[in-house]
Design a protein around this ligand. Structure first.
Ligand code: C5P
Length: 227
């Protein structure tokens, strides 16, 4: 059993989502993809035609988005006003815009509050929760029982993202993906409000030479050693 919160942070393309989901499944825990929340409000804002440079308008759009997160790791889902948007939030338009939206402090404040609420709801049930993102160990769940910071070289991360896009039927090119991964790393690490960084008490796990099973093996050991 997992008990409590496992915080899984790191830059894009480290395979966080895959391993977070499988880890949650294995321990019968809930699963929360906070990146999907930033992506969903970005989609809502884009659909509303809001100019991204207008932080106030973006924050208003984000707050009025009717976002619902499914936290079952067997069927994770994201809904906007009742519509499943899981595929659309991973398309190019949202990926391009999401770092700008997530850099806005009022957007983060609203989503962090919602994340804390979802974590508390999960904690009232047995099994715990695996939460993945950029600032989970540092801001959203600073008291998490286990914090893991997942890294990998940017080349490997671009290859993984690109393979994932191709598998999902989206057009993809490794060089473009690497450029995008590096662009988002820079924006996510450089922003003022809760930038991407490793929590002091996190365990760093470099997945460059590991496959999914290899990463999971490390995670299982960490969970069991903290039991
Ligand atoms: O994890 P994913 O690539 O789906 O996240 C999309 C974007 O959402 C990130 O590039 C980052 O800008 C933002 N994000 C964030 N804080 C989180 C999770 C994601 O700022 N906790």
């Amino acid at each position: 059993e997992l008990r409590g919160v496992v915080a899984l942070d790191g830059p894009s393309g480290t395979g966080k989502s895959t391993v977070a989901r499988r880890l949650a499944s294995r321990y019968g825990a809930a699963y929360l993809d906070t990146g999907a929340m930033y992506r969903a409000v970005t989609l809502a804002v884009l659909r509303a035609g809001v100019v991204l440079s207008d932080a106030e308008a973006v924050a208003r759009g984000a707050r009025s988005a009717e976002l619902t997160m499914g936290t079952d790791p067997e069927h994770p889902c994201v809904l906007l006003a009742g519509e499943y948007v899981d595929d659309e939030i991973r398309g190019a338009a949202v990926t391009e815009a999401v770092s700008a939206v997530s850099a806005i402090p009022q957007v983060r404040r609203a989503l962090v509050a919602e994340q804390v609420r979802l974590i508390e709801a999960a904690m009232s049930e047995p099994g715990g929760i695996v939460v993945e993102g950029r600032d989970i160990g540092t801001v959203v769940a600073p008291d998490a029982g286990l914090k893991v910071y997942l890294t990998a070289s940017s080349q490997v991360r671009a290859q993984r993202r690109s393979a994932q896009d191709t598998a999902a039927g989206r057009e993809s090119d490794v060089d473009d993906t690497r450029a995008d991964v590096q662009r988002r790393d820079k924006l996510d690490s450089g922003r003022q409000t809760s930038p991407l960084r490793m929590a002091e008490d996190a365990v760093e796990l470099d997945s460059t030479g590991l496959d999914v099973a290899g990463v999971l093996e490390h995670l299982h050991k960490l969970v069991e050693s903290r039991g």
